[in-house]
Ligand binder design. Sequence first.
Ligand SMILES: [Zn+2]
Length: 224
Amino acid sequence: MSRVMGSSIARRLVALTTLVLIATIAAPTVASAHSTAANGWYWPTGTSSTGTGGGWLQYRRWNRSTHLAKDIRARVGTPVYALADGYVYAAYKSLSGYRPGGAMIVVYQDAQGRPVKALYGHIRNIKYRRAQRVKAGAVIAYIAPCGGFAHLHFGIHPGLAKPNDPRRNPFMGHSYVRGRTYGWVDPLGFLSTAYPWGSVVPTESAPTLVPTDTAPATMPPGGL
Ligand SMILES: [Zn+2]
């Protein structure tokens, strides 16, 4: 009797062990929140789902401006990630245009070694200060509230020079001169065409985006 029970328990143990083994093998080796974007950059909010709001070059009638970034929709408190290894160029926990949150700029390097600035706006609990190094995929801040539409304002400005608008503000999020982009480029386009430093670049890929001062002649009509 006891031998039968014993073997039953043993069978159950084997079954359980097998289940645990299968679960272990099936588990992803990289946390899903860290899933990398195309070309090896980490997604700024940990996901390829960027939402429909606030697109690159969207025209906003309410303040007659052109959006120079992509607004990535995310819940308040969502972690914000470093795209690659880099260093903090500037960080403010409260900044005009991004309140009640702040903003930071992190400098990364593309595969050719050229610096590129990434602007993260509407964030809070910023974990790094100016000049500090960040590791690829590190949590650098969290999404702050922003009216009824919590999101990350995500901009890309290649090079270390400040935008060549009259204010020379590296945190500028909009252009008030229609057709001028002041060196900002399509951020999602950048992630899918440029490669981070240290990556093996496919030989057939074209050399990354060249920043221009001029937006395409066809601007998105309307907007919010
Ligand atoms: Zn924005």
